[in-house]
Design a protein around this ligand. Structure first.
Ligand code: SAH
Ligand code: SF4
Ligand code: F3S
Length: 444
């Protein structure tokens, strides 16, 4: 591309959490509105947006190697924008180290991409990592099309400041999007084809707002209202924090049929001293009490969580407490990570950092326990009849892939279409997916 030429095609590559995926989709919509088309699969794009994640180590190194890989044989590069959490945290360094990067844009500023692209196309290098008081959402194009499952960011940022975590710095303070905007965006997604909406937030259950009658509501109130949208079949939400699990939200799990029986509630560790050093502000007992209440409200609920092994100072006995917690809960699925010191976070400066070898060994033991429980959960589902939302074609002829209410990947063969909600019997369980037999197409 010559200078002064606005790019004709784009590619957005998103890394990290679902909120980054949501942001990546919104950037794509914004670029399309500017008349820039998605680059066909396998072809070079004029403009590449690297929508980055900073949560664990080597995030920045990965960005530099991605930038290097974009260089073409003739030595030229596409117009490169670095977006997302690495842009927010290390924008200046990226500009200094990578001359081929022309734009650095933070997660709260990407609605300004069109202007930035004009400036960059004219030869300037531009950085925007503002966290403006007016949010980006109002400036983004209206949503028009959606696949059967859609993400909807309802809340952003985090005020919890866990001592290991960069999110409060990269995403800023907790902000809830207004209720009316969310109802409108949800209706548009449903009109555009969505049958399932996952409400997103770094602390999604910290969402608060005011309904049309001016009453203060929490996430449960929002869920109850969204459940009134006739063609919306399923509602999920993630990620929630134990301290924001209100009674209302717990009750909604038993009362709102469209709210799927799945809860992702990260705990991080199974020992109170470690939780305290992490600044989690909940205990093992308070966490378990919440799970008990959720199970009382919705006995078949599938539970999920996040774990960190090898937090600074974690002893062998303290790590054993994490395994005990896992045994006590019986999770349906989980994410588990080795602790990664993040620049600028309090934990990175703590004494007694744990060696890589110890972390490896702990992670292996933890993952063995989690895999065992995941297979047990899937195996216990065999024989159940449930609805599956069909998301895409499978590898084999006539095969379809979708999700059970408990977020298990399900595959079956038969007459169906993407977006159908079909009735199946779960027949055979594997660690990561379940085979099923198609029973009949459920009425919408
Ligand atoms: N807001 C969510 C999670 C956001 S980050 C919550 O608090 O639950 C997703 C997960 O990444 C965290 O739950 C944690 O398990 C992991 N994580 C965050 N910072 C990390 C670090 N420095 N090292 C390793 N894992 C980390
Ligand atoms: Fe990070 Fe803790 Fe906030 Fe989650 S609650 S985003 S782990 S600081
Ligand atoms: Fe990563 Fe930022 Fe999400 S650091 S996990 S992309 S909030």
């Amino acid at each position: 591309m010559r200078p002064n030429q606005i790019p004709k095609t784009y590619r957005v590559k998103s890394f990290g959490c679902q909120m980054n995926v949501y942001d990546g989709d919104r950037m794509a919509e914004l670029l399309a509105e500017q008349g820039i088309a998605p680059a066909p699969e396998g072809e070079d794009a004029d403009l590449v947006v690297l929508n980055t994640c900073h949560i664990r180590e080597k995030a920045a190194e990965k960005v530099y190697s991605d930038i290097g890989r974009l260089r073409r044989e003739d030595g030229s590069s596409p117009l490169i924008a670095v977006a997302g959490c690495v842009a927010q945290a290390e924008g200046e360094e990226i500009m200094a180290r990578a001359p081929s990067v022309k734009m650095v844009v933070g997660p709260q500023a990407y609605h300004r991409l069109p202007e930035m692209i004009r400036d960059a196309s004219a030869g300037q290098r531009v950085t925007d990592t503002d966290m403006p008081a007016e949010t980006k959402f109002g400036a983004l194009p209206k949503r028009r099309r959606s696949g059967p499952t859609a993400f909807l960011t309802v809340q952003e940022g985090c005020d919890k400041f866990c001592t290991y975590c960069v999110v409060p710095y990269t995403r800023g303070a907790e902000v809830s999007r207004p209720h009316a905007d969310l109802i409108e965006e949800a209706k548009r997604l449903v009109d555009g084809g969505a049958r399932e909406i996952t409400l997103l937030g770094q602390n999604v259950n910290a969402w608060t707002g005011e309904n049309a009658k001016g009453q203060a509501i929490g996430l449960d109130g929002l869920i109850r209202e969204l459940a009134e949208i006739p063609d919306l079949a399923r509602i999920r939400y993630t990620t929630s924090h134990p301290n924001d699990m209100t009674e209302g939200l717990i009750a909604a799990h038993g009362e709102v049929a469209k709210l799927m029986p799945f809860l992702h509630l990260p705990v991080q560790a199974g020992n109170d001293r470690v939780l305290n050093a992490m600044n989690r502000s909940h205990t093992v007992e308070s966490y378990l009490r919440i799970l008990e209440q959720v199970r009382a409200a919705r006995p078949d609920i599938a539970l999920s969580g996040d774990f960190i092994v090898g937090f600074p100072g974690e002893s062998d006995a303290e790590f054993e407490d994490t395994l005990k917690l896992v045994d006590a809960v019986g999770y349906a699925q989980c994410f588990s990570f080795k602790y990664s010191p993040r620049p600028g976070t309090p934990a990175a400066a703590m004494d007694a950092q744990i060696s890589a070898a110890v972390m490896d060994e702990r992670l292996q033991r933890l993952q063995a326990a989690l895999n065992r429980d995941q297979l047990a959960f899937n195996t216990a589902s065999v024989g159940k009849t449930c609805d599956v939302l069909v998301e895409r074609k499978g590898k084999h002829p006539g095969q379809w892939l979708g999700k059970s209410p408990w977020l298990q990947s399900v595959h079956f063969t038969g007459e169906a279409q993407v977006g159908d909600l079909v009735r199946v019997e779960l027949t055979e369980a594997g660690p990561n997916s379940i085979s099923a037999k198609l029973l009949e197409t459920a009425p919408a």
